[in-house]
Design a protein around this ligand. Structure first.
Ligand code: CDP
Length: 222
């Protein structure tokens, strides 16, 4: 495969996008970019600095502060905010609760859109998110859209969080996923939706290896 190829994987929360994007990036020697990590990083920043507090957003101050923000995603997947590794902290339920609110802000999307496009200039990429095939890279070489049953997604995410030692319940996880799906699908700017030319896949009954084989077949056949 040409090393400047772009593969876009969009879909609902916790459908396996990042896991598969990572596997494909290794297979095709492309850079993996988890765009959700960037939205989580900006949300963590808003919470840490108190721009988002008690459900109230200090929009002007937050917007101004974004200009000086140094958010870096390392090739290995670690996320740095002004020099601090925040890869674990962005997975915290506190961030998951507010990320969709922050991701709906047009100035946040504009800020990250620029960063995401810059990342594809040097090397081919596999990027996963919500609007990669529709807005970020509408001309991507390959586009996939993942869905899965909510109970399956909640169980997977619950086990991931438990393994990381996070305190949460299956019900809380399910509610968060459904809330994010709803907010992400209904926002005005770059809502979550399948691109017309994306291949839709329900991942509920597939193992990661089965899904990987299926995606590679589709990509190599094109
Ligand atoms: O939990 P999961 O891995 O499925 O989500 P994520 O990829 O970490 O994304 C977290 C949140 O960031 C989403 O629920 C969206 O609100 C937002 N996001 C977005 O708006 N656009 C993207 N391209 C990626 C993420």
């Amino acid at each position: 495969m040409n090393s400047r190829k772009v593969i876009a994987i969009d879909g609902y929360a916790s459908t396996g996008k990042s896991t598969l994007a990572k596997m494909l990036s290794r297979h095709y020697h492309l850079t993996f970019i988890d765009s959700g990590a960037l939205y989580r990083g900006v949300t963590f920043f808003a919470l840490e600095k108190g721009f988002l507090k008690d459900n109230e957003l200090h929009q002007k101050a937050f917007r101004d502060a974004l200009e000086g923000l140094d958010l870096r995603l390392e090739p290995a997947g670690d996320l740095y905010l002004n020099g601090e590794n925040i890869s674990q902290k962005i997975r915290h339920p506190r961030v998951s609760d507010d990320v969709s609110t922050i991701a709906a802000l047009p100035f946040v999307r504009k800020f990250l859109l620029h960063q995401q496009r810059q990342m594809a200039l040097e090397n081919g990429i596999v990027m996963d998110g919500r609007d990669i095939g529709t807005v970020v890279f509408p001309n991507a070489d390959h586009k996939f859209f993942f869905t899965a049953r909510p109970e399956v997604r909640a169980q997977r995410r619950y086990e991931e969080l438990k393994a990381q030692g996070q305190e949460t319940t299956l019900e809380e996880v399910l509610n968060n996923l459904l809330h994010r799906d709803q907010t992400d699908s209904s926002r005005d700017v770059a809502p979550l939706r399948k691109a017309d030319d994306a291949i839709e896949i329900d991942t509920s009954e597939l193992t990661t290896d089965q899904l990987f084989t299926h995606l590679v077949e589709k990509i190599d056949a094109k």
